[in-house]
Design a protein around this ligand. Sequence first.
Ligand SMILES: Cc1cc2nc3c(=O)[nH]c(=O)nc-3n(C[C@H](O)[C@H](O)[C@H](O)COP(=O)(O)OP(=O)(O)OC[C@H]3O[C@@H](n4cnc5c(N)ncnc54)[C@H](O)[C@@H]3O)c2cc1C
Ligand code: SF4
Length: 393
Amino acid sequence: MEANRCLFCFDAPCAAACPTHIDVPRFIKKIATANVTGSARAILEANVLGLSCSRVCPVDVLCEGACVMHNVNREPIQIGRLQRHAMDHFYANGGRLPQGASNGKRVACVGAGPASLACAAELRRNGVAVTVYDKRPLAGGLNTYGVAQYKFTPDDSRREVEMIRRSGVEFVNGADVGTTLSFEEIESKFDAVFIGIGLGPTQPLGIPGEKLPGVLNALEFIASYKTAQPVALGRRVAVIGGGNTAIDAAVAARRLGAAEVSILYRRGEAQMSAFAFEYEQARREGVQFCFHARPEAFVQDGGAFRVVLPEGAAAVMADTVIIAIGQSKLIETLGAVRQIELHEGRIVVNPANGQTSNPKYFAGGDCVNGGREVVDAAAEGKRAAKGILAWLT
Ligand SMILES: Cc1cc2nc3c(=O)[nH]c(=O)nc-3n(C[C@H](O)[C@H](O)[C@H](O)COP(=O)(O)OP(=O)(O)OC[C@H]3O[C@@H](n4cnc5c(N)ncnc54)[C@H](O)[C@@H]3O)c2cc1C
Ligand code: SF4
């Protein structure tokens, strides 16, 4: 049994490598002693998003990457798989989160992605009444609309949100804060506000032809695929970018049946920001890679596109183009918050407690760190909840 291979290290490096510091040896030991519910509780105590993290975390570069087994040339303990086992057991048995007695305080979380979910759950556990506002119809943020379908489905995301809702957190969807509902209005009704709005739409390339029909943006494409309304793709798909989103879009295009999918990346293989295991996965799924290929224009050619590359490189023909060069910052939305300091479009916070330059506002997740992983958003949301609790009392 995998759990019995663990050495239950003192000062375990796997736990130190986890941004939420899940006590890995403790939860594995509980599995080894057949206390799977206790194991799940140990995980959720540190990270309420234990379900999504067990499926979407890049464990190779986090907990499993730090496992001492590497030092003796053995396979690391499969921490992600063990966490999945504990979480699946907990959810299958209708597991619930503990609720704290009300302390009369009220906090709003803006955005219903991983950062706000972690913040809201921690506040609720400590007796705070929490309302989470999101502009989209479903809660969960990129866990619902962005993360690759083969890792985490919208239905998995819904289960995680429901567990938090059942702990007493209120969710208001379709509320675009800064547009349909002002920050002032929220501020006047709550004792503190947490901002977890993530990042904005895919950045434009700024080249001719990118507004033509058939040139898609990766986030919209992935969201449409995940919510079972996939946009029609041609036989040949060219994805522009070199990060994890480009890989996810390319893999999704293959799985939707596109015969030829190529990723065009402006730099070389070594500079790609995508994780090595994601890159390998895409190769296994038949995605082709074309390096040092920076498109200069998309030109309609019959029913297809010519992706024009710099002089000397032959143009690439595609029926559909997907742009995946990273997300923009939500500068306009954040500009509407009084006295909140931004740096290069990110919210500046006190790293100890997530508090912004306006003391009533706290923040965390992609809108603070510029775009990292679900587990970072979970850690920052919880950190801010602790900061809010300390500030309110
Ligand atoms: C395509 C893609 C794949 C990814 N894959 C992985 C992966 O495999 N593993 C991993 O760990 N991480 C992955 N990530 C990163 C991860 O999804 C993010 O780091 C994480 O979701 C950030 O959480 P967040 O709560 O900060 O923001 P988000 O998840 O972006 O949530 C922000 C929420 O705020 C809402 N919002 C925005 N503006 C407003 C407003 N004005 N009013 C109300 N609501 C608003 C949005 O609708 C959204 O629901 C991926 C990201 C992308 C783009
Ligand atoms: S480092 Fe590896 S062996 Fe040690 S506690 Fe963590 S998972 Fe177990």
